[in-house]
Structure formats: structure tokens, C-alpha cells
Write a protein that binds this ligand. Sequence first.
Ligand code: AMP
Length: 422
Amino acid sequence: MADRLQAVKGMNDALPPETAKWNFVERRCRAVLESHGYREIRTPLCEYTQLFARSIGEATDIVEKEMYTFDDRDGRSLTLRPEGTAGVVRAYIEHSIAKSEPVSRWYYIGPMYRHERMQKGRYRQFTQVGCEVFGIAEPTIDAELCAMLAALLQDLGVQNVTCYVNSLGRGDDRTAYREALTAYLEGHVEELCEDCRRRLGQSPLRVLDCKVAGCAAVAANAPAILDHLGEASRAHFDGVRRALEALEVRYEVDPHMVRGLDYYTGTIFELRGEGGTLGSQNAICGGGRYDGLVEQLGGPATPAVGFAMGLERLALVVPGEPETFEPGLDVFLAHHGDEARLWALTTAERIRRLGYRADMDHRQSSMKTQLKRADRLHARLVLVAGEQEIAARKVALRDMASGTQREIAADDLDAEIKRSLA
Ligand code: AMP
């Protein structure tokens, strides 16, 4: 027997009714983001590999171990995007957006790819909704992003989410902190995993992000970057906190949070769900400032801040069984005989043009089977017609909620349907 074909490990199909819940979540995301002035950008799934190496950072887990990288037929190295910001920044620079608008608010929704160890809430293809704001250096926008996310989660009925914030400081602060951190880590080198020992000289901050238990224990007592912030960074972070308080966003400072990408500067934040649904993968969303990235990738110096949220994780914490998100059917047309089937076919089309959802059975099914199907599809109304009814230009209209059925003239059908579904 031939091998059974299967989806790639870690890349999942989304089937109905799950897709109905997904679409609901996506629609709410778009509505909330657009209400804040964000406009959608779509970038390719695939970029030249160097874009990710130069933005996310050579010494990060993503670039070192998790990218899907391959040569195309021209021998150029391409990578399936592991996150959205790099491609968006590339597009921002490539299209000289800074010249035509001082502030850009963009959002994206789409699949990302990382060859990660799989567990609940962690996949190799996953979907992120993300926002990027270019051109605003003020701390109030950082807080507005957190408040928008809190509002979105509330709108979706998600409870028990806390916003954690920290600041990674700017260039000078980082240099001072790196020294203090490196000195501390060197004193604990024996307790670190092999990767962290290797990265220690190049990228000591990555140790704070390592998931290995020994490294996490060392990280818990490491010096905090907040104690090494210069005046400007401290003032910015205070500004973020004041704005969060004004917006009444529940938040906590997590002085050990660093996040797994190198491009962050200044404020970083994460929204984590409490209470177990997500297990250890409880980060629903993460983001922060990346004031240096546009320039680093060849664009004009541009302050920027953004976040990305995992839609799979979000859907896991949004309450409601997937079935309840399916739209249901307004009218099912049951028929008996060839003439009646043609009548059902054309009438269904007409009903759809009135703006209702209509369906029928095209097979030669018994009336009983058709009515069962109407029930399974949660149809609100069923129209029943046989040869005699068609000849007499009549049809039976059954209201599935009340179980009542009455005969109506075919000519009155549209008005009767509108009245019954009002
Ligand atoms: P990051 O791009 O790593 O900052 O992640 C931002 C958000 O994307 C996380 O908070 C998760 O919700 C989601 N995410 C990241 N990696 C994965 C993954 N492998 N599987 C599912 N969701 C993920």
C-alpha cells in the first residue's frame, strides 16, 4: 500500500467548524485595529535570508535553529518568514514610505514558519496578527498599543490576561548592562547550557531568554536592565507607565523579560494568559520598540514600535465552542420531483440575492433525509415543494423553531421569507 499522505509535522489544517471561530477572531482583530487607524500591509511569505539574519539577529534561536531556509533555482538563499516585522520594515524602506507619510500605522495577518520543538500552542506554521507603527518616538504610543490589545482581548471575552512591560534601554544603557550581565553570567558559567555558554560573549541577553531550566534559574537572579537605564530611557519608560495608568491598563513590570529577537530597544511588552489553558506557552502576544531597525536595514532613522500576536493561542483562550461561531442557514429548500428540484434551484438563487443564506440537496434524497439535513444545518426556515405544489404555484413554509408549517402562494414567497426572518 502506498504511504499515507500527511501534512508536514507542526503544520496543521484548520477545518470547519474551527475555521468559523478563526474567522470570527480575525474579523474582530481587523475591526479593533482599523478603529485605531491601522491599515493592512501584505508582504511575501518568503524573503532573502539575509533580511532575517540582519534584523532578528544571528545569535537568536530563530536564526540559528528555526528558519526554513532553502536555495531557489537561481541559487539565492530564501527563508520562509519566521516573523512579520522584518518584511514590513523592508517594504517600508523599499517603497520610501517615510518620504510620503510622517507616521504609518500598519497591520498584517498571516502565517509564519519556525522549526521549533512542538507542543500545545507551539507549531511550525502559525498565524500572527501584528501591528507596526513608524515615526512616533513618544511613549504614549507604546502604551496605546498595550491598551488596544487589552481592549481587543476584552472584546473577545478573554479574561485573566496580564500585560508585562520592561525596558531594554538604548545603545549606551545596553553597553553598560551587557558588561554587568556578562560579569554575572561568567560567575555561573558551569550552570549554563552549551548554547548559552557559546553565546555568552556575543549575545549575553539571549541567556535571559533561554528555556533550559538551569539557565532560567541563573537568569532569575541576574542583574536587571532597569537598574542600568540612562536618563532618557528611564524618562521614556516612566512615560509609558504613566500612560498605561491613565488608560487603566492592568500591567506589571517584569524586569527579567528580554524577548527573543535582537532588534528591540527600549520598551518591550508581553501579554500572558493566566489560568492554565495555554500551559507553558502562555504568551499570547509580544512586542516592543525597535528604534534602530529601519536605519540598520538601510532606511532613514525612524522610531518604530510594534507587536505580534499568535492567532492559534488567541483562539485557544477565546471562549465558545467552534460550532457556535458558524453562521447557520436561513432557508433550506426541500423538493420532490424534477420540476420541484429546478424550482428549488432557481428559488435558492433568488433568496440568496435577497441577502439570506440558502441551501438545498441536489441529490435524489427522500423528503425525510432532506428534512434531517435541514435540521443538521440549523436552518431557520424550510420550504417544501412537490410536483403538485409547483403546479398549483404553492409551497409549504416550515418554521423550524416553532415547528409550525403553513401553505403560502409562490408569488408571496419573498415577502413571507423576509417577514419570517426579520
Ligand atoms: P514572537 O514573534 O516570538 O515575539 O511571538 C509573538 C507571538 O506569536 C507569541 O506570543 C505567540 O502567541 C505567537 N507564536 C510565536 N511562536 C509561535 C509558535 N511556534 N507557535 C504558535 N504561536 C507562536
